[in-house]
Design a binder for this molecule. Structure first.
Ligand code: NDP
Length: 284
């Protein structure tokens, strides 16, 4: 019988721990959230991020910029926020419109305020095992595993997907936890055979229900990062949950698995940025 990994419950637990810590330690944090254009999905994500800030007791400042905002204007705003001592974290909601180079934007955010963990300095820190900000979705998956009592050490871990935001940092985190990690992508040969060897399988492919029982080893832990809206209006993941669940020992549902963890870990990073800042100020 499989166990469901309840991301909703674990993310609430994390947010409650942060809320206590913010109140007890008097942490003063402000997250600046920048959205360019009015993509409805982005607006929902931004709204949820602001709500989470409110819940744990930190401030948020919203910058809703028109679609026609130039790259220069966006970079200028980031410069101002980097220099603003009251702002402890900066987040630019992706994707930005096509006329703006998202790499330039990510690179301009101060690594000390990069609560998304996308800046090359933070990615480098993750790679060489130094402290920094870690991309929220994979960091959330490590929390799901840890808080569900799932050991990574010595396990065969397969990550399907190699994006900078999910797949690559996921692989690095599993490696840091002493897993034996294989990363698969669209050019991987024998994908099913490789997945079938996994004790822990992370699906971050962006293809609805692609991972069926043919990809699963009996007793595997299956983490589904994908999120898709089906024609019937319901959400599904990259994993065919009903087909796969009885073969697994643990599995994340969609919705209610990985999704809620991303925002919880953003809050972890926001609190960390603020507390790092106050330590540095005290040390001066
Ligand atoms: P990307 O589209 O950036 O990356 C998808 C990866 O999957 C790529 O590396 C691609 O390979 C690989 N891939 C695509 N098709 C295949 C295939 N047939 N076989 C093997 N590999 C394949 O997606 P993201 O990493 O940003 O996101 C992945 C999923 O997770 C999406 O559904 C997204 O919506 C969801 N997501 C959910 C979040 C959450 O909070 N729950 C947060 C972020 C993402 P290649 O590199 O060769 O192109």
């Amino acid at each position: 019988m499989y166990k469901l990994i309840d991301g909703k419950q674990i993310s609430t637990q994390i947010k409650d721990e942060l809320k206590d810590r913010v109140a007890k330690e008097g942490i003063k944090a402000t997250l600046a959230v920048i959205q360019v254009g009015d993509d409805p999905a982005s607006s929902v994500y931004v709204g949820n991020k602001k709500k989470a800030c409110e819940y744990i007791g930190i401030g948020s400042r919203s910058f809703e910029l028109p679609e026609k905002t130039t790259e220069e204007e966006l970079l200028d705003l980031i410069d101002k926020l980097n220099d603003d001592d009251d702002v402890t974290g900066i987040l630019v909601q992706l994707p930005v419109p096509a006329h703006i180079d998202d790499k330039k934007i990510i690179n301009r955010i101060s690594p000390l305020k990069d609560v998304d963990g996308f800046h090359p300095e933070n990615v480098g820190n993750l790679c060489i095992g130094q402290d920094g900000f870690v991309s929220c979705t994979p960091a959330g998956i490590m929390e799901l595993l840890g808080r569900s009592g799932i050991e990574v050490e010595g396990k065969r871990c397969v990550v399907v997907g190699r994006s900078n935001i999910v797949g690559k940092p996921m692989a690095l985190l599993l490696l840091a936890a002493n897993g034996t990690v294989t990363v698969c992508h669209s050019r991987t040969k024998d994908l099913k055979d490789i997945c079938k060897q996994a004790d822990i399988l992370v699906a971050a492919v962006g293809r609805p229900k692609m991972i069926t029982s043919e990809y699963i080893k009996e007793g595997a832990v299956v983490i589904d990062v994908g999120i898709h809206r089906m024609d019937n209006g319901k959400l599904c993941g990259d994993v065919d949950f009903d087909d796969v669940k009885d073969m697994t020992s643990f599995i994340t549902p969609v919705p209610g698995g990985v999704g809620p963890m991303t925002i919880a870990m953003l809050m972890v990073n926001c609190v960390k940025a603020a507390s790092n800042r106050s330590e540095n100020h005290n040390g001066k």
